[in-house]
Design a binder for this molecule. Structure first.
Ligand SMILES: [Fe+2]
Length: 315
């Protein structure tokens, strides 16, 4: 663990480096769904599974972390956990801090400076509260601890590196929309493709979606959140779909060589989700103060901001 305050730092065990992703793939499919940030939303999960069920051909569904977060009610926690483990899954910082809490890591979010201190403190308390629920399920904790931090898939012959944060760390913010808005951030991300020998990175963690193209038909697809709205005035989550064929349901998408990389909306019942959320996190609670406004109205972010065409890298 570095010397940062809880919720700000990145435990050393979170770090792997892009070269760790250059290994052989463990999946070979024509369609891959990558779903980060479900955050314990059972309605988004139900919608996701219905959409995925309709996919033809060889396929896989990967939950790339933070599938738990708001689900402090025990039956809810167990239902989410069991459903996720019916598919492929990798650990997010939430699952890692539930299963193997690192001393002083807090939520393990490694929040950057643009996230305010009160939010960080509330997240640290949310993981403590969720941990109290999770400890009722020791077998689930063992199962979460055994999940990998990342996964490499082959989709239509192309390598896809599935991470939670970025190419270097479980809780890295290098694939956030904020980092990818800077020349330095895009240059660092571009270099990571070489290290991982990947055409596509699929990530999540930073909680806002971005679909960033790079030279040579390479793409970073960050789905934002599957279990919360991602754009102002909307009420659906997002999943990443990578396939040899386009989806009829995509909100937006780009090409990566011969593949289609798309954001698919998860249109759950927003009123039902708001009720379920408030039943666990009433007004005044930490999660309500941090997230209710977003759950009700969406973040201050627009769809036009998410799709980023290839930009020349600064020399
Ligand atoms: Fe995360």
């Amino acid at each position: 663990m570095d010397s940062a305050a809880p919720g700000r730092g990145c435990p050393l065990s979170y770090r792997y480096g892009a070269a760790a992703l250059s290994r052989q793939s463990s999946l070979d499919v024509e369609t891959l769904w990558v779903v980060g940030g479900l955050y314990g939303n059972p309605f988004a999960l139900e919608r996701l599974l219905a959409l995925y069920e309709r996919e033809p051909g060889p396929k896989a569904l990967v939950f790339n972390g933070d599938f738990h977060w708001f689900d402090i009610e025990k039956n809810q926690f167990r239902a989410i956990d069991d459903a996720v483990h019916g598919h492929r899954a990798t650990r997010g910082n939430v699952e890692t801090e539930l299963a193997r809490p690192a001393h002083g890591a807090g939520c393990g979010c490694a929040y950057p400076e643009w996230v305010d201190e009160a939010t960080v403190l509330r997240s640290n308390r949310i993981i403590e509260r969720l941990g109290a629920t999770a400890r009722a399920f020791p077998q689930s904790l063992e199962r979460l601890a055994a999940l990998p931090m990342h996964l490499v898939a082959t989709v239509g012959g192309e390598r896809v590196a599935v991470v939670h944060g970025d190419a270097d760390s479980l809780a890295g913010w290098g694939f956030s929309q904020e980092a990818l808005a800077t020349d330095a951030g895009r240059a660092a991300a571009s270099a990571a493709f070489e290290g991982a020998q990947a055409r596509i990175f699929a990530s999540s963690h930073s909680c806002l979606p971005v679909l960033q193209s790079f030279a040579g038909g390479r793409v970073i697809a960050n789905n934002g959140a599957a279990g919360m709205p991602n754009f102002r005035g909307t009420s659906f989550g997002l999943a990443t779909r990578i396939s040899v064929a386009p989806s009829g349901a995509a909100l937006y998408g780009v090409a990566a060589a011969t593949l289609f990389v798309e954001a698919v909306p998860l249109e759950y019942d927003p009123a039902a989700w708001a009720r379920r959320f408030v039943a666990q996190w009433p007004a005044g609670s930490d999660a309500h103060r941090s997230y209710y406004e977003r759950i009700a109205n969406g973040p201050r972010y627009g769809m036009h901001q998410a799709v980023r065409p290839e930009a020349a890298l600064a020399a």
